[in-house]
Design a binder for this molecule. Structure first.
Ligand code: SF4
Length: 465
Protein backbone atom coordinates (compact mmCIF):
# COMPACT_ATOMS: atom_id res chain seq x y z
CA UNK A 1 0.00 0.00 0.00
CA UNK A 2 2.91 2.34 0.67
CA UNK A 3 4.98 3.72 -2.16
CA UNK A 4 8.11 5.85 -1.81
CA UNK A 5 7.96 9.43 -3.04
CA UNK A 6 11.02 9.98 -5.25
CA UNK A 7 10.81 13.74 -4.64
CA UNK A 8 10.42 13.53 -0.87
CA UNK A 9 12.66 15.68 1.24
CA UNK A 10 13.66 14.86 4.77
CA UNK A 11 11.34 17.54 6.15
CA UNK A 12 8.35 17.01 8.40
CA UNK A 13 9.74 14.38 10.74
CA UNK A 14 9.63 16.92 13.55
CA UNK A 15 6.16 17.81 14.84
CA UNK A 16 7.20 21.01 16.58
CA UNK A 17 6.11 24.07 14.62
CA UNK A 18 4.27 22.15 11.93
CA UNK A 19 1.32 24.21 10.85
CA UNK A 20 -1.81 22.53 9.54
CA UNK A 21 -4.51 23.96 7.31
CA UNK A 22 -7.71 21.91 6.95
CA UNK A 23 -10.06 22.84 4.14
CA UNK A 24 -13.40 21.13 4.56
CA UNK A 25 -16.23 20.75 2.07
CA UNK A 26 -19.76 19.44 2.40
CA UNK A 27 -21.98 18.36 5.24
CA UNK A 28 -21.91 18.63 9.04
CA UNK A 29 -20.22 15.23 9.21
CA UNK A 30 -17.22 16.76 7.47
CA UNK A 31 -17.29 19.87 9.70
CA UNK A 32 -17.19 17.54 12.68
CA UNK A 33 -14.43 15.36 11.19
CA UNK A 34 -12.34 18.48 10.45
CA UNK A 35 -12.71 19.61 14.09
CA UNK A 36 -11.67 16.19 15.37
CA UNK A 37 -8.66 16.16 13.03
CA UNK A 38 -7.71 19.58 14.46
CA UNK A 39 -8.00 18.18 18.00
CA UNK A 40 -5.82 15.26 16.94
CA UNK A 41 -3.12 17.52 15.48
CA UNK A 42 -3.26 19.87 18.50
CA UNK A 43 -2.80 16.93 20.91
CA UNK A 44 0.35 15.98 18.96
CA UNK A 45 1.81 19.50 19.17
CA UNK A 46 0.88 20.78 15.73
CA UNK A 47 -0.52 24.29 15.34
CA UNK A 48 -3.20 25.50 12.95
CA UNK A 49 -2.57 27.74 9.98
CA UNK A 50 -4.94 30.34 8.57
CA UNK A 51 -4.20 29.56 4.93
CA UNK A 52 -2.50 27.14 2.57
CA UNK A 53 0.46 29.41 1.84
CA UNK A 54 1.68 29.45 5.44
CA UNK A 55 0.92 25.78 6.13
CA UNK A 56 3.30 22.81 6.29
CA UNK A 57 0.43 20.33 5.93
CA UNK A 58 -2.76 20.91 3.94
CA UNK A 59 -5.71 18.56 4.43
CA UNK A 60 -8.50 18.62 1.85
CA UNK A 61 -11.49 17.11 3.65
CA UNK A 62 -13.54 16.29 0.58
CA UNK A 63 -17.23 15.77 -0.16
CA UNK A 64 -18.55 13.40 -2.80
CA UNK A 65 -21.99 15.01 -2.91
CA UNK A 66 -20.55 17.99 -4.76
CA UNK A 67 -21.20 17.88 -8.49
CA UNK A 68 -18.11 16.62 -10.34
CA UNK A 69 -16.59 16.15 -6.89
CA UNK A 70 -13.51 14.20 -7.92
CA UNK A 71 -12.65 16.63 -10.76
CA UNK A 72 -12.86 19.59 -8.37
CA UNK A 73 -10.53 17.82 -5.95
CA UNK A 74 -8.00 17.17 -8.73
CA UNK A 75 -8.19 20.82 -9.74
CA UNK A 76 -7.47 21.86 -6.09
CA UNK A 77 -4.64 19.35 -6.01
CA UNK A 78 -3.05 20.87 -9.13
CA UNK A 79 -2.89 24.20 -7.31
CA UNK A 80 -1.41 22.58 -4.20
CA UNK A 81 1.20 20.75 -6.32
CA UNK A 82 2.33 24.17 -7.65
CA UNK A 83 2.50 25.52 -4.09
CA UNK A 84 4.53 22.49 -3.03
CA UNK A 85 6.97 23.07 -5.91
CA UNK A 86 7.33 26.76 -4.95
CA UNK A 87 7.96 25.91 -1.31
CA UNK A 88 10.62 23.40 -2.21
CA UNK A 89 12.54 26.08 -4.08
CA UNK A 90 12.98 27.84 -0.73
CA UNK A 91 13.82 24.63 1.14
CA UNK A 92 10.35 24.14 2.68
CA UNK A 93 8.08 21.14 2.42
CA UNK A 94 4.33 20.85 2.03
CA UNK A 95 2.52 17.63 2.84
CA UNK A 96 -0.76 17.19 1.01
CA UNK A 97 -3.52 15.03 2.49
CA UNK A 98 -6.80 14.06 0.84
CA UNK A 99 -9.41 12.98 3.40
CA UNK A 100 -13.18 12.52 3.35
CA UNK A 101 -15.56 10.85 0.92
CA UNK A 102 -13.66 11.46 -2.34
CA UNK A 103 -10.61 9.89 -0.67
CA UNK A 104 -12.74 6.86 0.23
CA UNK A 105 -14.23 6.60 -3.26
CA UNK A 106 -11.09 7.18 -5.33
CA UNK A 107 -8.43 5.65 -3.03
CA UNK A 108 -5.08 4.95 -4.70
CA UNK A 109 -6.23 6.56 -7.93
CA UNK A 110 -5.67 9.95 -6.28
CA UNK A 111 -1.92 9.44 -5.80
CA UNK A 112 -1.65 7.83 -9.23
CA UNK A 113 -3.21 10.88 -10.89
CA UNK A 114 -1.54 13.46 -8.65
CA UNK A 115 1.80 12.20 -7.25
CA UNK A 116 2.27 15.38 -5.19
CA UNK A 117 -0.31 13.95 -2.73
CA UNK A 118 1.28 12.35 0.36
CA UNK A 119 -1.64 10.70 2.16
CA UNK A 120 -5.12 9.58 1.12
CA UNK A 121 -7.26 8.71 4.13
CA UNK A 122 -10.90 7.64 4.45
CA UNK A 123 -13.43 9.04 6.94
CA UNK A 124 -13.13 5.96 9.19
CA UNK A 125 -9.32 6.10 9.38
CA UNK A 126 -8.30 9.66 10.20
CA UNK A 127 -7.32 8.77 13.77
CA UNK A 128 -4.20 7.29 12.08
CA UNK A 129 -3.40 10.44 10.09
CA UNK A 130 -0.64 11.86 12.29
CA UNK A 131 1.23 8.54 12.31
CA UNK A 132 0.99 8.29 8.53
CA UNK A 133 2.43 11.79 8.16
CA UNK A 134 5.46 10.94 10.26
CA UNK A 135 6.89 8.90 7.39
CA UNK A 136 7.89 10.09 3.96
CA UNK A 137 6.04 7.21 2.33
CA UNK A 138 3.01 7.82 0.21
CA UNK A 139 0.07 6.14 1.88
CA UNK A 140 -3.51 5.27 1.08
CA UNK A 141 -5.57 4.27 4.12
CA UNK A 142 -9.15 3.63 3.12
CA UNK A 143 -9.75 0.08 4.36
CA UNK A 144 -12.49 0.00 6.97
CA UNK A 145 -10.53 -0.44 10.21
CA UNK A 146 -11.20 -3.11 12.80
CA UNK A 147 -10.76 -0.62 15.62
CA UNK A 148 -13.21 2.19 16.34
CA UNK A 149 -11.68 5.55 15.45
CA UNK A 150 -13.50 7.24 18.34
CA UNK A 151 -11.45 5.18 20.80
CA UNK A 152 -8.31 6.79 19.39
CA UNK A 153 -9.34 10.43 19.11
CA UNK A 154 -8.55 12.91 21.91
CA UNK A 155 -11.52 14.48 23.70
CA UNK A 156 -12.16 18.11 22.72
CA UNK A 157 -10.58 20.60 25.16
CA UNK A 158 -11.53 23.98 23.76
CA UNK A 159 -14.86 25.47 22.83
CA UNK A 160 -15.17 26.48 19.21
CA UNK A 161 -18.72 27.62 19.69
CA UNK A 162 -21.59 27.42 22.18
CA UNK A 163 -23.11 24.78 19.91
CA UNK A 164 -21.23 21.67 18.80
CA UNK A 165 -21.79 18.72 16.48
CA UNK A 166 -21.26 15.23 17.85
CA UNK A 167 -21.15 12.25 15.48
CA UNK A 168 -23.16 9.35 16.89
CA UNK A 169 -23.71 7.21 13.81
CA UNK A 170 -22.05 6.83 10.44
CA UNK A 171 -22.82 5.14 7.15
CA UNK A 172 -26.06 4.12 5.53
CA UNK A 173 -27.77 0.87 4.51
CA UNK A 174 -30.69 2.47 2.68
CA UNK A 175 -29.19 2.75 -0.82
CA UNK A 176 -31.35 5.52 -2.22
CA UNK A 177 -30.80 5.25 -5.95
CA UNK A 178 -29.29 8.77 -6.31
CA UNK A 179 -26.88 8.69 -3.36
CA UNK A 180 -23.21 7.78 -3.00
CA UNK A 181 -23.13 7.74 0.81
CA UNK A 182 -23.51 3.94 1.23
CA UNK A 183 -20.44 3.56 -1.01
CA UNK A 184 -18.31 6.31 0.57
CA UNK A 185 -19.24 6.03 4.25
CA UNK A 186 -19.97 2.31 4.33
CA UNK A 187 -22.55 0.34 6.30
CA UNK A 188 -24.37 1.88 9.26
CA UNK A 189 -22.48 1.79 12.52
CA UNK A 190 -23.49 3.38 15.82
CA UNK A 191 -21.00 4.74 18.31
CA UNK A 192 -21.29 3.30 21.85
CA UNK A 193 -23.34 5.39 24.30
CA UNK A 194 -20.52 5.99 26.80
CA UNK A 195 -18.11 7.24 24.13
CA UNK A 196 -20.70 9.85 23.10
CA UNK A 197 -21.46 10.86 26.70
CA UNK A 198 -17.73 11.26 27.44
CA UNK A 199 -17.34 13.57 24.48
CA UNK A 200 -20.40 15.60 25.49
CA UNK A 201 -19.10 15.91 29.06
CA UNK A 202 -15.79 17.23 27.67
CA UNK A 203 -17.69 19.69 25.48
CA UNK A 204 -19.79 20.80 28.46
CA UNK A 205 -16.59 21.29 30.45
CA UNK A 206 -15.28 23.48 27.62
CA UNK A 207 -18.47 25.59 27.73
CA UNK A 208 -20.71 24.03 25.08
CA UNK A 209 -24.44 24.39 25.79
CA UNK A 210 -26.03 22.83 22.72
CA UNK A 211 -25.23 19.58 20.96
CA UNK A 212 -26.45 18.44 17.57
CA UNK A 213 -26.19 14.68 17.24
CA UNK A 214 -25.22 13.88 13.68
CA UNK A 215 -25.21 10.86 11.42
CA UNK A 216 -26.29 9.95 7.90
CA UNK A 217 -29.21 8.01 9.40
CA UNK A 218 -29.14 9.47 12.86
CA UNK A 219 -32.58 8.28 13.92
CA UNK A 220 -31.61 4.67 13.24
CA UNK A 221 -29.00 5.00 16.01
CA UNK A 222 -28.56 1.69 17.88
CA UNK A 223 -25.60 2.07 20.21
CA UNK A 224 -24.57 -0.25 23.01
CA UNK A 225 -24.60 1.10 26.54
CA UNK A 226 -22.27 -0.04 29.36
CA UNK A 227 -24.46 -3.04 30.12
CA UNK A 228 -24.41 -4.08 26.48
CA UNK A 229 -28.05 -3.14 25.95
CA UNK A 230 -28.91 -1.37 22.71
CA UNK A 231 -30.17 2.20 23.05
CA UNK A 232 -32.22 3.98 20.42
CA UNK A 233 -31.76 7.66 19.58
CA UNK A 234 -34.51 8.45 22.09
CA UNK A 235 -32.64 6.51 24.79
CA UNK A 236 -29.43 8.36 23.98
CA UNK A 237 -31.21 11.73 24.10
CA UNK A 238 -32.63 10.90 27.52
CA UNK A 239 -29.14 9.98 28.77
CA UNK A 240 -27.73 13.29 27.48
CA UNK A 241 -30.59 15.26 29.01
CA UNK A 242 -29.88 13.80 32.44
CA UNK A 243 -26.18 14.79 32.32
CA UNK A 244 -27.17 18.36 33.21
CA UNK A 245 -25.71 21.51 31.67
CA UNK A 246 -26.65 20.69 28.08
CA UNK A 247 -29.44 23.16 27.42
CA UNK A 248 -30.40 22.15 23.93
CA UNK A 249 -30.28 18.89 21.99
CA UNK A 250 -30.82 18.53 18.24
CA UNK A 251 -30.25 15.73 15.75
CA UNK A 252 -29.85 15.41 12.01
CA UNK A 253 -30.28 13.85 9.42
CA UNK A 254 -33.30 11.65 9.89
CA UNK A 255 -34.95 9.18 7.57
CA UNK A 256 -38.78 9.10 7.62
CA UNK A 257 -38.70 5.28 7.97
CA UNK A 258 -36.84 5.52 11.28
CA UNK A 259 -38.99 8.04 13.18
CA UNK A 260 -40.01 5.58 15.88
CA UNK A 261 -42.60 6.24 18.58
CA UNK A 262 -40.07 6.58 21.40
CA UNK A 263 -38.39 9.45 19.53
CA UNK A 264 -41.73 11.18 19.08
CA UNK A 265 -42.36 10.71 22.80
CA UNK A 266 -38.95 12.24 23.54
CA UNK A 267 -40.06 15.33 21.61
CA UNK A 268 -43.02 15.52 23.95
CA UNK A 269 -41.19 14.68 27.19
CA UNK A 270 -37.59 15.94 27.01
CA UNK A 271 -37.55 19.74 27.37
CA UNK A 272 -34.00 20.08 26.03
CA UNK A 273 -34.95 18.38 22.74
CA UNK A 274 -35.73 21.18 20.29
CA UNK A 275 -39.03 21.19 18.37
CA UNK A 276 -37.34 21.35 15.00
CA UNK A 277 -36.97 18.29 12.78
CA UNK A 278 -35.09 18.00 9.52
CA UNK A 279 -36.94 15.23 7.71
CA UNK A 280 -35.89 14.82 4.07
CA UNK A 281 -38.67 13.71 1.72
CA UNK A 282 -36.98 14.47 -1.65
CA UNK A 283 -40.20 14.24 -3.69
CA UNK A 284 -43.97 14.32 -3.26
CA UNK A 285 -44.62 11.77 -6.00
CA UNK A 286 -45.06 8.10 -5.11
CA UNK A 287 -43.71 7.09 -8.51
CA UNK A 288 -40.51 9.07 -7.99
CA UNK A 289 -40.14 8.04 -4.34
CA UNK A 290 -40.28 4.43 -5.48
CA UNK A 291 -37.68 5.05 -8.23
CA UNK A 292 -35.52 6.73 -5.60
CA UNK A 293 -35.80 3.57 -3.43
CA UNK A 294 -36.78 5.70 -0.45
CA UNK A 295 -38.80 2.93 1.15
CA UNK A 296 -41.79 5.16 1.94
CA UNK A 297 -44.59 6.81 0.02
CA UNK A 298 -46.11 10.26 0.13
CA UNK A 299 -48.94 9.08 2.39
CA UNK A 300 -46.50 7.54 4.89
CA UNK A 301 -44.66 10.86 5.10
CA UNK A 302 -47.84 12.88 5.60
CA UNK A 303 -49.12 10.47 8.26
CA UNK A 304 -45.80 10.82 10.06
CA UNK A 305 -45.94 14.62 9.97
CA UNK A 306 -49.44 14.52 11.45
CA UNK A 307 -48.39 12.06 14.15
CA UNK A 308 -45.42 14.19 15.18
CA UNK A 309 -47.61 17.31 15.28
CA UNK A 310 -50.12 15.54 17.48
CA UNK A 311 -47.30 14.68 19.88
CA UNK A 312 -45.62 18.10 19.75
CA UNK A 313 -47.88 20.75 18.16
CA UNK A 314 -45.26 23.51 17.94
CA UNK A 315 -42.76 21.42 15.99
CA UNK A 316 -41.31 22.99 12.82
CA UNK A 317 -40.09 20.95 9.86
CA UNK A 318 -37.37 21.34 7.32
CA UNK A 319 -36.62 19.01 4.43
CA UNK A 320 -34.50 18.21 1.37
CA UNK A 321 -35.85 18.11 -2.17
CA UNK A 322 -34.41 16.83 -5.42
CA UNK A 323 -35.98 18.34 -8.53
CA UNK A 324 -35.74 16.63 -11.91
CA UNK A 325 -35.00 13.07 -10.79
CA UNK A 326 -34.91 10.82 -13.90
CA UNK A 327 -38.42 10.32 -15.24
CA UNK A 328 -39.96 13.16 -13.20
CA UNK A 329 -42.99 14.47 -15.12
CA UNK A 330 -44.76 17.78 -14.64
CA UNK A 331 -47.42 15.87 -12.66
CA UNK A 332 -44.77 14.34 -10.37
CA UNK A 333 -43.40 17.80 -9.75
CA UNK A 334 -46.90 19.15 -9.05
CA UNK A 335 -47.24 16.38 -6.45
CA UNK A 336 -44.08 17.72 -4.78
CA UNK A 337 -45.51 21.25 -4.72
CA UNK A 338 -48.73 19.81 -3.27
CA UNK A 339 -46.84 18.06 -0.48
CA UNK A 340 -44.95 21.26 0.33
CA UNK A 341 -48.24 23.17 0.58
CA UNK A 342 -49.70 20.50 2.85
CA UNK A 343 -46.75 20.32 5.25
CA UNK A 344 -45.80 24.00 5.35
CA UNK A 345 -42.05 23.90 5.95
CA UNK A 346 -40.11 26.32 8.13
CA UNK A 347 -37.10 25.92 5.87
CA UNK A 348 -35.73 23.52 3.25
CA UNK A 349 -32.85 22.67 0.96
CA UNK A 350 -33.65 22.04 -2.68
CA UNK A 351 -31.39 21.00 -5.53
CA UNK A 352 -31.52 20.01 -9.16
CA UNK A 353 -30.82 16.33 -9.65
CA UNK A 354 -27.33 15.58 -10.91
CA UNK A 355 -26.10 12.05 -11.52
CA UNK A 356 -23.47 10.60 -9.21
CA UNK A 357 -21.21 8.02 -10.84
CA UNK A 358 -21.80 4.50 -9.56
CA UNK A 359 -25.40 5.11 -8.47
CA UNK A 360 -28.40 3.38 -10.02
CA UNK A 361 -30.11 6.66 -10.89
CA UNK A 362 -27.13 7.71 -13.01
CA UNK A 363 -27.92 4.81 -15.36
CA UNK A 364 -31.66 5.52 -15.59
CA UNK A 365 -33.09 6.55 -18.95
CA UNK A 366 -35.30 9.64 -19.18
CA UNK A 367 -32.90 12.13 -17.59
CA UNK A 368 -34.84 15.41 -17.31
CA UNK A 369 -33.68 18.34 -19.43
CA UNK A 370 -31.68 21.01 -17.61
CA UNK A 371 -34.05 23.79 -18.64
CA UNK A 372 -37.10 21.99 -17.15
CA UNK A 373 -35.13 21.30 -13.97
CA UNK A 374 -34.14 24.95 -13.61
CA UNK A 375 -37.69 26.13 -14.12
CA UNK A 376 -39.12 23.59 -11.62
CA UNK A 377 -36.46 24.39 -9.05
CA UNK A 378 -37.24 28.12 -9.29
CA UNK A 379 -40.97 27.41 -8.72
CA UNK A 380 -40.25 25.13 -5.77
CA UNK A 381 -37.83 27.57 -4.18
CA UNK A 382 -40.32 30.45 -4.51
CA UNK A 383 -42.89 28.40 -2.60
CA UNK A 384 -40.38 27.28 0.05
CA UNK A 385 -39.07 30.84 0.47
CA UNK A 386 -42.61 32.13 0.96
CA UNK A 387 -43.24 29.49 3.61
CA UNK A 388 -39.97 30.33 5.37
CA UNK A 389 -40.83 34.04 5.41
CA UNK A 390 -44.33 33.36 6.76
CA UNK A 391 -42.87 31.12 9.46
CA UNK A 392 -40.23 33.70 10.44
CA UNK A 393 -42.77 36.50 10.45
CA UNK A 394 -45.06 34.48 12.74
CA UNK A 395 -42.52 34.99 15.51
CA UNK A 396 -42.72 38.80 15.41
CA UNK A 397 -44.30 40.03 18.63
CA UNK A 398 -43.54 36.81 20.48
CA UNK A 399 -41.14 36.33 23.37
CA UNK A 400 -38.86 33.49 22.35
CA UNK A 401 -36.11 31.65 24.18
CA UNK A 402 -32.75 32.29 22.56
CA UNK A 403 -29.43 30.57 23.15
CA UNK A 404 -26.81 33.30 22.74
CA UNK A 405 -23.99 32.06 20.52
CA UNK A 406 -21.63 34.90 19.60
CA UNK A 407 -21.05 38.60 19.01
CA UNK A 408 -22.74 40.23 16.03
CA UNK A 409 -21.20 42.49 13.42
CA UNK A 410 -22.09 45.72 15.25
CA UNK A 411 -20.73 46.91 18.59
CA UNK A 412 -22.80 45.63 21.52
CA UNK A 413 -24.74 43.20 19.30
CA UNK A 414 -25.08 39.50 20.08
CA UNK A 415 -26.50 36.68 17.95
CA UNK A 416 -28.39 33.65 19.16
CA UNK A 417 -30.76 31.01 17.83
CA UNK A 418 -34.42 30.30 18.41
CA UNK A 419 -35.51 26.70 19.10
CA UNK A 420 -36.27 26.60 15.34
CA UNK A 421 -32.69 27.50 14.34
CA UNK A 422 -33.48 31.05 13.22
CA UNK A 423 -30.74 33.60 13.92
CA UNK A 424 -31.80 36.54 16.09
CA UNK A 425 -29.70 39.61 16.82
CA UNK A 426 -30.15 42.00 19.74
CA UNK A 427 -28.05 44.15 22.06
CA UNK A 428 -26.67 42.65 25.26
CA UNK A 429 -23.44 42.32 27.21
CA UNK A 430 -20.82 40.00 25.76
CA UNK A 431 -20.58 37.94 28.96
CA UNK A 432 -24.09 36.64 28.28
CA UNK A 433 -22.82 34.41 25.45
CA UNK A 434 -23.80 30.83 26.24
CA UNK A 435 -26.95 31.78 28.17
CA UNK A 436 -30.58 31.15 27.43
CA UNK A 437 -32.57 34.38 27.46
CA UNK A 438 -36.06 35.51 26.54
CA UNK A 439 -36.02 37.86 23.58
CA UNK A 440 -38.94 39.84 22.25
CA UNK A 441 -38.88 39.46 18.47
CA UNK A 442 -39.41 42.85 16.84
CA UNK A 443 -38.73 42.54 13.14
CA UNK A 444 -37.66 40.36 10.28
CA UNK A 445 -34.62 41.32 8.23
CA UNK A 446 -33.65 39.47 5.04
CA UNK A 447 -31.79 36.63 6.73
CA UNK A 448 -32.51 36.93 10.42
CA UNK A 449 -34.76 38.28 13.12
CA UNK A 450 -34.08 41.31 15.30
CA UNK A 451 -35.26 41.71 18.88
CA UNK A 452 -34.57 42.95 22.38
CA UNK A 453 -34.02 41.18 25.65
CA UNK A 454 -37.44 40.79 27.20
CA UNK A 455 -36.46 41.14 30.83
CA UNK A 456 -32.86 42.31 31.27
CA UNK A 457 -33.11 41.75 35.02
CA UNK A 458 -34.20 38.14 34.73
CA UNK A 459 -31.80 37.37 31.91
CA UNK A 460 -28.82 38.41 34.02
CA UNK A 461 -29.35 35.21 35.98
CA UNK A 462 -28.54 32.14 34.00
CA UNK A 463 -31.31 29.62 33.77
CA UNK A 464 -30.72 25.98 34.19
CA UNK A 465 -31.66 23.68 31.36
S1 SF4 B 1 -30.86 7.53 3.41
FE1 SF4 B 1 -29.66 9.40 3.03
S2 SF4 B 1 -27.51 8.78 3.17
FE2 SF4 B 1 -28.71 6.90 2.96
S3 SF4 B 1 -28.71 6.45 0.77
FE3 SF4 B 1 -30.56 7.66 1.19
S4 SF4 B 1 -29.99 9.81 0.84
FE4 SF4 B 1 -28.07 8.61 1.01
Amino acid sequence: MAQKDPDATSASASQEGNRVFIKSFGCQMNVYDADRMSDLFAAEGYSSSQDEASADIVVLNTCHIREKAAEKVFSDLGRLRDLKTEKRKSGQDLKIVVAGCVAQAEGKEIIRRQPAVDVVIGPQNYHRLVDLLKTNDKKTDTEYPVENKFDHLPLPKTRRSVAAFVTIQEGCDKFCSFCVVPYTRGAEISRPVQSILDEILALREAGVSEVTLIGQNVNNYQGADRQGAVRSLAGLIEAIATLGGIKRIRYTTSHPRDMHDDLLEAHRDVPQLMPYIHLPVQSGSDRILSAMNRGHGRRDYMKLIEKIRRMRPDVAFSSDFIVGFPGETEQDFEDTLGLVREVNFASAFSFMYSPRPGTRAAEMPEQVEAESMRERLARLQRLLDDQRMVFNRSLIGSVTEILIEKEGRHAGQLIGKTPFLQAVHFNAAKDMIGRLVDVEILELTSNSLAGRIHDPQASATERSA
